[in-house]
Design a protein around this ligand. Structure first.
Ligand code: TPP
Ligand code: MG
Length: 348
């Protein structure tokens, strides 16, 4: 394997010594033409879907909260490549990308955003509350950090049932400061539960930068006192994510207990649709976009290796746009849920 480019080399050297850091250091996965084409298409679908969701929000079709995943696409697409049938995924409220990567239908996700019958929660959950038992996606959670304990519970269920499935619990840099995260870490390490904690460090919580909110900004060290190994990963390079994901998932599957992966990533838009993101400079965003964009990296590689022509890429773009346009049409034409639905799917 070629050396892995990482955005994090300097913090590795300066931070306190964590548990062993051997398995992902310095590697990226070798991607074939098919791998790169797959990653390109998947990431582009998430990007275009999110752009469309932003438009529909601006037009008043989507109510309530809506958090876009633009910029972070390589994380879910790379992680998903390491999973097998029956592995589970759970995340917070920035969840549209995770759902699409799990194979949930763009129509179902978009119609849920607009609160329509054909939405994945029948139009009653909205952006932050969608699930699919079929695709092993367990939400979609608005309580910051809540999914970490639930994801640990999914891992406990796998252990209890004696299968070799693994759960991925995604959470943000802000969520990483929540108390229940550490209670979960303790249990997971004590009982060697098969859970990968994927910390999506996009450098900001709602509007507070990591350095203003966190005493330990190297999130790969957060499991050190529980002996949970942790690794920093270039979350803008889908190959680096895939390499780390393979190792971490294998570690869990073979009964060695939890792993933490800190994905160093970046969100291009505000925290939610109502955030103008005045706490950072336009230059900072522009620099990430022009130097580290996850989709552009794959695009450049496809062209350079002559694995795709400009025309091939245009065709992929058109296919993806068609899927997204279809989901948006459906999400506007589908009727709202009947009022009687107010009394279904609730605990009485
Ligand atoms: C328990 C709880 N506290 C506070 C909030 C309000 N809140 C919503 S998102 C957020 C920031 C989380 O940031 P991060 O974990 O970095 O995720 P990101 O939005 O960057 O993906 C906060 C404080 C909440 N939803 N739940
Ligand atoms: Mg964050």
């Amino acid at each position: 394997m070629a050396p892995r480019k990482t955005a994090s080399t300097s913090s590795r050297k300066t931070a306190a010594k964590p548990a062993k850091k051997d398995f992902t250091g310095g590697t990226i996965a070798e991607f074939s033409k098919e791998d790169d084409l797959h990653a390109y298409r998947e990431m582009l679908l998430i990007r275009r879907f999110e752009e469309k969701a932003g438009q529909l929000y601006g037009m008043g079709f989507i109510g309530g909260f809506c958090h876009l995943y633009i910029g972070q696409e390589a994380v879910v697409v790379g992680m998903q490549l390491a999973l097998k049938e029956g592995d589970q995924v759970i995340t917070g409220y920035r969840d549209h990308g995770h759902m699409l990567a799990c194979g949930m239908s763009p129509r179902g996700v978009m119609a849920e955003l607009t609160g329509r019958r054909g939405g994945l929660s029948k139009g009653k959950g909205g952006s932050m509350h969608m699930f699919s038992k079929e695709k092993n996606f367990y939400g979609g959670h608005g309580i910051v950090g809540g999914q970490v304990s639930l994801g640990t519970g999914l891992a406990f269920a796998n252990r209890y049932r004696g299968n070799d499935n693994v759960s991925l619990a995604y959470f943000g840099d802000g969520a990483a400061n929540q108390g229940q995260v550490y209670e979960s870490f303790n249990m997971a390490a004590l009982w060697k539960l098969p859970v990968v904690y994927v910390i999506e460090n996009n450098r900001y919580a709602m509007g507070t930068s990591v350095s203003r909110a966190s005493a330990q900004t190297d999130f790969s060290h957060r499991g050190a006192s529980f002996n949970i190994p942790g690794y920093q990963v270039d979350g803008m390079d889908v190959r680096a994510v895939k390499a780390a994901a393979d190792e971490a998932v294998e570690h869990c599957r073979s009964g060695k207990g939890p792993v933490i992966l800190e994905m160093q990533t970046y969100r291009y838009r505000g925290h939610s649709m109502s955030d103008p993101a005045k706490y950072r400079s336009k230059d900072e965003v522009q620099k990430m976009r022009s130097e580290h964009d996850p989709i552009e990296q794959v695009r450049a590689r496809l062209l350079e290796n002559k694995w795709a022509s400009e025309d091939d890429l245009k065709q992929i773009d058109k296919d993806v746009r068609d899927i997204v346009a279809d989901s948006a049409d459906f999400a506007q034409a589908d009727p709202e849920p009947d009022a009687s639905e107010l009394y279904t799917d609730i605990l009485l």
